[in-house]
Design a protein around this ligand. Structure first.
Ligand SMILES: Cc1cc2nc3c(=O)[nH]c(=O)nc-3n(C[C@H](O)[C@H](O)[C@H](O)COP(=O)(O)O)c2cc1C
Length: 360
């Protein structure tokens, strides 16, 4: 029975443990969506993870829409990330970049006044933080087929740059209501062409992006993140089990490094009503499965022992504990997260969580 502390082969890599740092947006990039020294320190101090998955990172100017989130479309951004990957590798860590297009939940204030884009012209309900305060989401421009193809190319270019910046691989952000997810789920996709209507059509964009990125970086360096039941960003789907088991079925032949599901355990603040989808995906997907959402050391080891997943990703526990692997291995107490500094600028709540050594 594997435990969190056993090594694992994921795609092209042998990871020293099964503790994955989940992707977390922290809003600390410098001007121009460029990662700086602060981000380098943050990731380097968490290099004990079997694999770090970075915060969501915009693939293009059109894909951005979160205050001070990083990008991967300019030379300066590539250079900033290079320092991050160098620092993580110097500590023998592994790091994948999460590739992000926000689609309809961006805002014209981030896009030079242009409308954000989506699968269909359906606005998300709710508000977003723009550079000049909270504003309602707008109705997006429904992408034409030609425009969709251009975005597939943008993913491939971003993946290429990520490899130039020294990343070990990339994770496609297909979760949490961003562009890929907006195509997948029928609450946000009511197209009637090849990219909508039937389930396989709704999954076409995901598969095309995955294939394009695999072509550029190789299958063993690509993961996909999905969040089958998340309602975040006003997402809805009429049959999540059917939708996401089919996604796993269509991804399987690509031999990706992994599929990563974000599906919070009951009782967690991200938990959703209804039956969990990950166990259904597990049944039909033979590749590496990472899962996430509300796991503790014990719950994660139980899940691995029960064969529910091959590795477990930790978000908030990693945010607050740079030495999470060491703490888990010694069953040591964890630092409490400071929710007020999740997205605020500066070192507070970012690079100042103490390690056990410092506390002793
Ligand atoms: C501050 C913060 C930022 C997050 N940003 C991202 C992100 O950029 N990409 C993503 O896929 N999920 C993101 N998430 C979700 C986490 O990856 C994870 O799924 C969630 O925290 C649940 O896991 P946990 O219970 O281990 O924290 C974020 C969560 C938090 C708390």
């Amino acid at each position: 029975m594997p435990t969190l502390f056993d090594p694992i082969i994921i795609g092209d890599y042998r990871l020293s443990n099964r503790i994955i740092m989940a992707p977390m947006t922290r809003g600390r990039a410098e001007d121009g969506a460029v990662p700086g020294k602060l981000m380098e320190d943050y990731y380097a101090s968490r290099a004990g993870a079997g694999l770090i998955i970075t915060e969501a990172t915009a693939i293009s100017p059109q894909g951005q829409g979160w205050l001070n989130a990083p990008g991967i479309w300019t030379d300066a951004q590539e250079k900033g990330w290079k320092a991050v990957t160098y620092a993580v590798h110097a500590k023998r860590g592994h790091i994948f970049l999460q590739l992000w297009h926000m689609g309809r939940v961006s805002h014209p204030d981030f896009l030079g006044g242009k409308l954000p884009v989506g699968a269909s012209a359906i606005a998300a309900q709710g508000e977003t933080n723009t550079p000049i305060g909270k504003k309602s989401y707008v109705t997006p421009h429904a992408l034409t087929v030609e425009e969709i193809q251009a975005i597939v190319e943008d993913y491939a270019s971003a993946a290429k740059r990520a490899m130039k910046a020294g990343f070990d691989g990339v994770e496609l952000h297909g979760a949490n209501g961003y562009l890929i997810d907006q195509f997948i789920r029928n609450g946000s996709n009511q197209r009637t062409d090849d990219y909508g209507g039937s389930l396989d059509n709704r999954l076409r964009f995901l598969i095309e992006v995955a294939k394009a990125v695999v072509n550029v970086v190789g299958a063993g360096k690509v993961g996909v993140r999905l969040s089958p039941r998340s309602h975040y960003n006003d997402m809805k789907d009429s049959n999540p089990i059917h939708t996401f088991t089919r996604a796993a079925e269509l991804l399987a032949p690509l031999n990706l490094a992994y599929i990563h599901t974000m599906e919070a355990l009951p009782g967690h603040f991200f938990a959703e009503e209804g039956e969990r989808v990950t166990p259904h995906m597990r049944k039909i997907y033979q590749g590496v499965l990472i899962t996430n959402g509300g796991y503790t050391n014990k719950l994660a080891n139980d899940a691995l022992a029960a064969g529910e997943a091959d590795a477990i990703a930790f978000g908030v526990p990693y945010l607050a504990n740079p030495d999470l692997v060491q703490r888990f291995s010694q069953n040591a107490p964890l630092n409490s997260p400071d929710f007020t500094s999740f997205y605020t600028p500066g070192t507070k709540g970012y690079t100042d969580y103490p390690t056990m050594d410092l506390k002793a």
